[in-house]
Design a protein around this ligand. Structure first.
Ligand code: SAM
Ligand code: SF4
Ligand code: SF4
Length: 388
């Protein structure tokens, strides 16, 4: 490691223990946080490991061979994840996203998917409604795994792809991984019926912004409306990526560049809490999305919770501390008996009801527009650990 050694491991264990209310919270039932936001979307990080070293997420000089990833025993088991997800569903969650690290590195992840696919949201219909289950991947193992994921009950997939040009792609993943393998993964996912596919491109000004139009052209020509390409503003997540505002290309400029190549028109948002603003090609060639986390904060209807690899509940991508649900899943009460589903669900209810996180909104309210809005001053957790 270089000079910027950061005791990341310490941070992972800094968690507030959840309280279990004795009254006032039902084990199920819809929730609202302090800003009136419901809980709808649970993102589950199934591993903190990754085979890429994207500089904006896991820079190589920090995440090197000395870096201590979580030991296997710390990870939530598939049964623990499924139990926790079921309690979140009882509180109104309808959408689950598996992420990481690289989720396809977690052994037998398709077994977890089949367990999650059996869960139902109570929408008043007999048997309830299946959940919207998806997964975000770097695509490196997708060609091999797409069919098994589909067979297990995965509905759709989001693939990260930061450049079409092989040299730029290899530089961005920083492990010399070829873009052709990811493109084959996307084809395999489409062939397996994992649709609609979304492709996410993180745009870093001066690094890959000249790939915006070529990638859009490729997606239009090869897939048409079957694949939605989304451009994400480079964010100041974690504490290791050396983020600078001048490397952020505002989404408005992304849209402008695309519009000059392929005229666009604004589309309606597809659902409340949707992170992307949608734009359609005027010639009917499909749509794109922009996720303006830096220049246009969308905290106002943020309905997302994040479950870290070892079972801590985070209420914001930029949080410093999580709530240790694993201690409830594995621990015992003073009388030696395990915590019940009702007790854990009530703890989740209390945690959500006290939420007031809105980091991006506070950041953009700062005069400089940079730095650490809404932060407690503590170091933020890394994205590969709580999931994107
Ligand atoms: N490894 C998987 C992948 O890359 O798709 C899943 C985990 S990754 C943390 C989830 C998403 O977060 C990816 O689309 C990635 O591009 C995005 N991401 C990571 N660091 C980011 C940053 N600093 N700014 C914006 N997006 C980021
Ligand atoms: Fe790995 Fe995804 Fe982070 Fe890249 S963005 S280092 S692929 S977890
Ligand atoms: Fe949600 Fe936090 Fe992102 Fe705001 S900054 S949209 S509260 S995750």
């Amino acid at each position: 490691m270089g000079d910027n050694v950061i005791p990341l491991a310490d941070l992972r264990y800094a968690a507030a223990l959840p309280r279990i209310p004795t009254s006032g919270f039902e084990a199920g039932g819809l929730l609202a946080d302090r800003l009136g936001r419901p809980l709808r979307d649970l993102r589950i990080s199934v591993t903190d490991r990754c085979n890429f070293r994207c500089s904006y997420c896991m820079p190589k000089d920090v995440f090197d061979s000395d870096y201590k990833f979580l030991p296997q025993t710390s990870l939530l088991s598939f049964e623990e994840i499924t139990r926790t997800a079921r309690l979140f569903v009882a509180h109104g969650v309808t959408k689950l996203r598996l992420t990481g690290g690289e989720p396809l590195l977690r052994k037998h992840v398709e077994v977890l998917i089949s367990q999650l696919a059996a869960l139902r949201a109570d929408d008043g219909t007999p048997g309830g409604r299946p959940l919207d289950i998806t997964l975000t991947t770097n695509g490196s193992l997708l060609e091999r795994k797409a069919q098994a994921l589909r067979d297990a009950g995965l509905k759709r997939v989001t693939v990260s792809l930061d450049a079409l040009d092989d040299a730029i792609f290899r530089r961005m993943n920083d492990v010399d991984f070829p873009v052709a393998d990811v493109l084959r993964g996307i084809d395999a996912a489409l062939a397996a019926g994992l649709a609609p596919i979304k492709i996410n491109m993180v745009v870093k000004r001066g690094t890959n912004d000249h790939e915006i139009v070529p990638l859009a052209r490729h997606v239009r020509e090869r897939y048409g409306a079957g694949v939605v390409l989304r451009f994400i503003e480079y964010m100041d997540v974690g504490a290791t990526n050396g983020w600078r505002m001048d490397e952020v290309l505002p989404s408005a400029q992304v849209v402008q560049r695309l519009h000059e190549a392929f005229p666009l028109q604004a589309l309606e948002a597809s659902a409340p809490g949707e992170t992307a603003q949608r734009w359609g090609y005027r010639d009917g060639g499909g749509e794109i999305g922009v996720i303006s986390s830096v220049t246009q904060a969308f905290c106002g209807d943020c309905n997302r919770a994040r479950l870290s690899t070892e079972g801590k509940l985070f209420l914001c991508l930029f949080a410093s501390r999580g709530h240790d649900l694993r201690s409830l899943l594995r621990g015992a009460k003073p009388d030696g008996s395990p915590y019940t589903d009702d007790e854990i669900a009530r703890a989740i209810g209390l945690i959500w009801s006290e939420r007031e996180d809105r980091y991006s909104q506070l950041r953009s309210a700062q005069p400089t527009g940079t730095g650490t809005g809404g932060d407690s001053g503590e170091r933020r957790v890394e994205m590969h650990y709580i999931g994107g």
